[in-house]
Write a protein that binds this ligand. Structure first.
Ligand SMILES: Nc1ncnc2c1ncn2[C@@H]1O[C@H](COP(=O)(O)OP(=O)(O)OP(=O)(O)O)[C@@H](O)[C@H]1O
Ligand SMILES: Nc1nc2c(ncn2[C@@H]2O[C@H](COP(=O)(O)OP(=O)(O)O)[C@@H](O)[C@H]2O)c(=O)[nH]1
Length: 227
């Protein structure tokens, strides 16, 4: 059996983590797990104490405490045993990274560096379908019908947290919290940073680095998944 590949993608809000993760997962056949989506699903389907607790933090836009999120994420990862995977949005803190480290040896940590002005422009153009979390950008990946979700046809909305002042605060918070995590992965020699203003320019470079590390079941260097 081929050796399993385990990776994490990090980057500030709007840096393209979700967009690039889907390309990586599609091209290299990795299981993609977004911590935020997983927590949202939990809140939507699980009305237990854990679901209510997680919701209280998400509603306040605060990070769910490390002990809570690791207790939920690590068993979820166990369900992926036997698969190669890519995690987005976990670990976010040093505590989460240390907990993950105790169970898994990561092969690669991808860090996206995108200038603030680019993030600001992208976010002002960003629309979401709240029920599913599907994300659109009016120039980069517009919906088929203006203002409507491709799958359900429901209206798209813009979020308060993507406005410039809120974005600046989220960015500052990201930098503070991510720094020790990035330092840890740098010291382990598994950190790969990618800088740029366009996902489509970062992607070929990232794709070639990944291709050297793992097989490509769906090898189409510029292919973009539909969802
Ligand atoms: N690893 C995590 N640890 C703690 N809380 C998390 C984690 N991942 C997601 N969350 C919770 O889910 C919420 C939404 O996360 P999400 O990553 O979508 O948004 P964000 O924090 O604004 O970052 P980004 O815009 O980069 O996606 C967070 O505000 C937090 O409450
Ligand atoms: N204009 C432009 N928008 C992009 C690019 N890459 C991603 N986006 C859009 O920027 C927004 C944030 O991307 P996303 O992948 O959700 O970033 P994340 O918050 O890091 O997961 C979305 O609306 C994307 O469609 C790009 O290269 N150019």
């Amino acid at each position: 059996m081929a050796k399993l590949f385990r990776a994490v993608i990090m980057g500030p809000p709007g840096s393209g983590k979700g967009t690039i993760s889907k390309r990586i997962a599609h091209n290299f056949g990795l299981q993609y797990l977004s911590c935020a989506h997983f927590l949202q699903e939990l809140v939507a389907t699980n009305k237990t104490e854990a679901g209510v607790l997680v919701k209280s933090y998400i509603d306040k836009r605060m990070l769910v405490p490390d002990q809570v999120v690791t207790k939920l994420m690590l068993p979820r990862l166990e369900q992926l045993s036997g698969h190669s995977w890519l995690l987005e949005g976990f670990p976010r803190t040093l505590g989460q990274a240390q907990a993950l480290n105790e169970l898994y040896q990561l092969d690669m940590v991808i860090s996206l560096n995108v200038p603030f002005e680019t993030l600001r422009e992208r976010m002002s153009d960003k629309w979401i379908h709240p029920a599913s979390g599907r994300v659109y950008n009016m120039t980069f990946n517009p919906p088929r019908v203006k203002g409507k979700d491709d799958i359900t046809g429901e209206p798209l909305v813009q979020s308060e947290i993507d406005k410039p002042e809120a974005l600046m605060a989220r960015l500052r918070h990201y930098k503070d919290v991510a720094k020790p995590v990035l330092d840890l992965y740098k010291s382990q020699g598994i950190l790969h940073s990618f800088s740029g203003t366009d996902t489509d320019r970062i992607w070929p470079y990232m794709n070639s680095i990944l291709s050297a590390k793992l097989p490509t079941p769906n090898s189409e260097s510029h292919s973009t998944p539909t969802s």
